[in-house]
Design a protein. Structure first.
Length: 390
């Protein structure tokens, strides 16, 4: 390749322009920091869009990957892979469900769930999803999404999918009935602006489920594996989903997603109904085992709960000081949104000038997704810079 100073020019020349790139060339990462080729050190509170739960350069994660690489990189799913089985066992333990299908991403896991629902409930039953939801970009997943800007140029999409307003009790009660086959919900919407489901909304949803017996699907792609201070976001509510979709952090940075199902729906899909050449790749699963052991076995999840409360309470203190700038602070654990009274792209640039990386979602919400290994000093440093910026 040509000299690295041309890398952004070459990116535009060789790659389809589906991403608006951040103008930083990364050389390497360590812990909660990313380092650029021009010698800057960035506090990464975006963590690869909630993927890098253990930050960068985790020695246990690297060792697990290296050990599996020496055995085999890939094994057809016609064979049994030990790391795949071990990871499935742990996911079942922490989710409370029964069986796992491995895919390569969240959107693939969503597609698997849609096929399961259509086979079980039939094509005539409607599937409910919510405004501002994001479930992926393939056709079934895109059809479930609640943002028109992602869908408007790609019709026709999958039929019999109905979008309701998130946290709207009356719409929920009016539209869920005996013709409902399934409901998809993010208990904390990520792309939708870190919007949290109200207790009343979830209680009403559960009451309707008891009445109409539809399949309840929890999308935990961004909120799962300890990010909210509990194993999954649904653990903050009195709810037991039928299907759970995970991805992002579970592969430790390698491609991995999973659909976890309860006993009732564990035999719906049978031989030939679904599959994935690379799903449950043994190297990705070896990394996933390390993530699970570190997050749940080493107390990281408890730190996330405690430090998340500290983070959110101090952000709300800044909000009280600057109500003209900040309209809301919301979230759980290390999944936090700061809603501004203006578009947040300019503030994101100011963060970057101060060598902090965060993301803007929903146009005016600063999305904060620190690595789960972040410490109090990292959070306090962020708070000081944010206070100065705002």
């Amino acid at each position: 390749m040509k000299d690295s100073k041309d890398i952004f020019k070459l990116e535009k020349e060789f790659l389809i322009q589906t991403y608006k790139r951040i103008p930083i060339e990364i050389s390497h990462g360590k812990g909660v920091f990313l380092y650029s080729t021009d010698g800057k050190k960035y506090l990464d509170f975006f963590s690869g869009l909630a993927v890098n739960a253990l930050g960068y350069g985790n020695e246990k994660l690297i060792l697990a990957v290296e050990e599996q690489l020496k055995k085999y990189l890939h094994l057809s799913n016609f064979y049994v892979s030990k790391t795949q089985i071990e990871l499935a066992e742990k996911l079942i333990k922490y989710s409370g469900l029964n069986e796992v299908f491995f895919a390569n991403s969240g959107t693939e896991a969503v597609e698997a769930s849609v096929k399961l629902i259509r086979k079980y409930a039939g094509p005539e039953k409607k599937i409910i999803s919510f405004s501002n939801a994001f479930h992926g970009r393939t056709y079934g997943a895109l059809s479930l999404g609640g943002k028109e800007k992602y869908k408007k140029q790609f019709s026709p999409l999958s039929p019999n999918i109905v979008q309701l307003e998130y946290n709207n009790l009356e719409q929920l009660k009016k539209n869920i009935d005996a013709e409902t086959g399934a409901v998809y919900i993010e208990f904390i919407q990520g792309e939708g602006g870190i919007t949290v489901a109200s207790n009343q909304f979830v209680d009403t949803l559960i009451a309707l489920k008891e009445k109409y017996n539809f399949i309840l699907v929890a999308d935990e792609v961004q909120s799962g594996i300890g990010r909210t201070g509990k194993p999954f976001a649904y653990n903050h509510y009195n709810v037991e989903p039928d299907l759970v979709i995970i991805a992002k952090p579970i592969g430790g940075g390698l491609p991995l997603g999973a659909l976890i199902v309860n006993q009732k729906y564990s035999e719906v899909l049978s031989y030939g109904d679904h599959g994935s050449t690379f799903g449950g790749n043994p190297v990705s699963c070896a990394a996933g085992l390390t993530v699970i052991d570190e997050v749940f076995g080493k107390g990281i999840i408890n730190e996330v709960a405690t430090l998340g409360d500290h983070f959110i309470s101090n952000l709300r203190k800044i909000q009280r000081e600057k109500p003209d700038k900040i309209s809301d602070v919301r979230g759980m654990g290390f999944m936090i949104g700061v809603e501004l009274n203006e578009q947040c792209s300019g503030i994101i640039e100011k963060f970057r000038e101060n060598e902090i990386l965060v993301n803007c979602t929903h146009e005016n919400v600063i999305r904060i997704l620190p690595p789960l290994i972040s410490k109090k000093e990292n959070i306090d440093y962020f708070l000081n810079i944010f206070h100065a910026i705002i």
